[in-house]
Design a protein around this ligand. Structure first.
Ligand code: HEC
Ligand code: HEC
Ligand code: HEC
Ligand code: HEC
Ligand code: HEC
Ligand code: HEC
Ligand code: HEC
Ligand code: HEC
Ligand code: HEC
Length: 293
């Protein structure tokens, strides 16, 4: 019974809202107050960043990690931006479920401001909108030697927020682990820093003020034998970068450059792994190991 009354209500409201939306053909978009005004399928529903972020204290990534793109009115281009979806917990319904916030099947008019509300918002708005420019100062990504400073300002001159959020990065610092391996594969910064859209990954110093040592072991596959594993994290506690770079090692992993003959004659690893400075090159299984614990 309750359900039936609700359904009738919904149909009635739909009729009114549709008639209203058919009769007016004004601009769509963002009000001078910074509110987002939806006009499809019905005119109009209001969403306020200021209310949700400043008054209610919700963090950007609560909405911008999958629920909504960082681009106004994107949702209404999708066919399923309807009450049905909201009731299923999508879009606004993720919170407007009667627990986190008032339920989507109550207080229709708080979201549906209609044509009158739309016109009022288009004219005056309610003061300046929220600043949605992203962090003004460069932000630090990661910690320690590998940390990189990232400037929103220099990127948002030519790239819109949704060029990066939230497909490449969440709208919150420190939630993802970014590795060079992933960047080389075209993820994270590597989606653009590939020498086509922006300078290539090889220009290490443009991103890294300090050159970081790899966190993961360098692994060299060897035919019919366990792979060689070289740990920077271990060796860098005993030596400075200069002890190894750029002699005897170039600062780029190059499988096949080294071999046992060279090592046994004191080159590469053999400069130390000679039984004096460190264990000798005869102890095969200390370097050729399947995995380390
Ligand atoms: C309660 C949910 C919610 C929160 C919290 C939230 N947003 Fe949004 N944001 C939205 C919605 C909804 C849209 C419109 C998306 C659409 O229509 O598809 C939007 C759009 C945007 C846009 C695009 C605006 C434009 O004019 O194109 C930016 C930029 C943005 N948000 C940044 C932020 C930032 C920065 C924060 C944190 C300070 C934040 N948002 C917090 C829901 C939210
Ligand atoms: C991340 C959770 C979240 C999402 C997503 C969200 N809201 Fe809200 N909203 C809230 C909370 C929390 C409140 C304040 C609690 C309440 O009033 O029940 C609120 C309050 C409101 C209000 C009341 C404003 C007033 O007059 O006090 C409106 C209108 C509203 N939301 C519209 C929307 C619309 C439209 C969407 C989708 C485009 C949306 N919200 C998405 C959490 C959310
Ligand atoms: C939390 C905010 C919110 C509340 C509360 C809400 N709506 Fe909606 N409604 C939306 C959004 C967002 C859309 C899609 C955007 C648009 O149509 O402008 C929408 C669209 C609609 C539509 C057109 C799409 C469809 O589902 O057929 C109807 C009809 C509708 N609402 C009726 C209602 C009625 C009736 C109520 C109260 C029982 C209600 N709404 C309460 C946010 C809300
Ligand atoms: C070129 C890519 C790029 C663009 C474009 C971009 N951002 Fe970001 N944004 C990032 C990265 C990277 C982070 C940090 C993510 C991490 O640490 O994992 C970030 C983080 C954020 C944060 C969280 C900051 C914090 O302290 O937690 C907000 C808010 C944000 N961005 C908003 C925006 C807004 C608004 C826009 C559009 C005006 C925008 N971003 C455009 C890449 C971008
Ligand atoms: C959506 C594409 C895109 C992504 C993702 C991106 N960049 Fe950029 N970046 C650019 C473009 C375009 C330029 C300007 C052209 C150039 O310098 O080659 C640029 C310039 C830069 C610059 C030089 C300007 C400055 O700020 O000093 C640095 C440094 C930089 N990016 C670092 C990063 C880092 C670090 C990341 C990942 C956290 C990242 N970028 C992600 C597109 C991107
Ligand atoms: C476009 C920007 C950019 C360029 C260019 C770049 N890096 Fe990175 N690098 C990053 C970011 C972002 C991180 C993640 C920072 C963190 O979480 O500590 C990172 C992390 C690292 C790390 C630590 C994580 C890991 O994968 O071991 C190393 C080592 C590293 N970079 C080395 C390099 C070297 C060597 C080059 C040049 C061949 C280079 N980077 C070029 C952005 C860049
Ligand atoms: C004990 C010797 C040793 C020390 C000390 C050392 N490295 Fe390396 N490093 C290597 C070797 C071996 C390679 C791989 C060379 C090859 O394959 O030809 C390498 C490669 C690298 C690479 C390239 C990684 C890649 O994926 O291409 C970077 C970056 C690097 N080192 C940075 C550093 C930094 C920064 C320090 C100081 C904090 C440091 N290294 C200290 C031995 C060392
Ligand atoms: C500058 C001297 C130096 C160079 C060059 C060097 N090592 Fe070492 N290495 C050491 C010392 C010192 C130890 C610790 C003492 C010991 O275990 O005998 C060590 C320990 C190790 C260990 C055991 C600790 C661990 O990481 O689990 C391995 C494996 C290893 N080295 C592999 C290599 C490989 C492979 C190379 C060449 C790519 C190499 N080392 C180059 C000095 C060096
Ligand atoms: C100090 C570390 C270390 C020790 C100990 C070591 N190796 Fe190696 N081994 C390497 C490195 C580094 C490579 C070169 C991997 C590359 O560049 O692809 C290599 C490559 C090889 C290769 C392929 C290239 C070639 O020279 O033919 C064979 C076979 C090999 N090792 C056998 C052995 C045997 C057998 C022992 C024990 C007698 C041994 N290794 C001990 C580090 C070591």
């Amino acid at each position: 019974m309750k359900r039936l009354i609700f359904l009738i209500m919904l149909v009635a409201a739909a009729a009114v809202l549709f008639v209203q939306s058919a009769s007016i053909n004004a601009d769509e978009g963002v009000s001078p107050g910074g509110d987002i005004l939806y006009t499809k399928p019905v005119k109009s529903v209001v969403f306020s960043h200021r209310l949700h972020v400043e008054d209610k204290g919700l963090s950007c990534d609560m909405c911008h990690s999958g629920l909504f793109d960082a681009s106004a009115l994107r949702a209404q281009e999708k066919g399923d931006f309807t009450m049905e979806s909201l009731y299923k917990g999508k879009y606004c319904g993720a919170c407007h479920d009667g627990k986190t916030a008032f339920a989507s099947n109550t207080q229709c008019a708080r979201c549906h401001i209609g044509v009158k509300g739309f016109n009022a918002a288009q004219k005056g708005g309610n003061g300046p909108g929220m600043d949605l420019q992203g962090p003004k100062d460069a932000i630090a990504i990661g910690a320690g030697d590998s940390a990189v400073r990232f400037s929103h300002w220099s990127h948002t001159k030519s790239i819109k927020c949704d060029g990066c959020h939230s497909e490449l990065f969440p709208m919150k610092r420190g939630k993802t682990t970014i590795t060079m391996g992933a960047i080389y594969q075209g993820k994270f910064c590597g989606a653009c820093h590939n020498g086509k859209r922006a300078f290539p990954v090889g220009d290490c110093a443009k991103c890294h003020k300090i050159m970081p040592a790899p966190k993961e072991d360098l692994v060299y596959k060897v035919k019919d034998l366990s792979p060689v594993r070289f740990s920077h994290q271990f060796h860098r506690n005993l030596f400075g970068c200069k002890d190894c770079h750029s002699k005897p090692f170039a600062m780029k992993q190059t499988p096949g450059r080294m071999n046992m003959d060279a090592i046994n004659s004191g080159k590469y690893c053999g400069a130390c792994h000679n039984g004096k400075k460190a264990f000798s090159a005869a102890e095969c299984t200390k370097c050729h190991i399947d995995s380390k614990s």
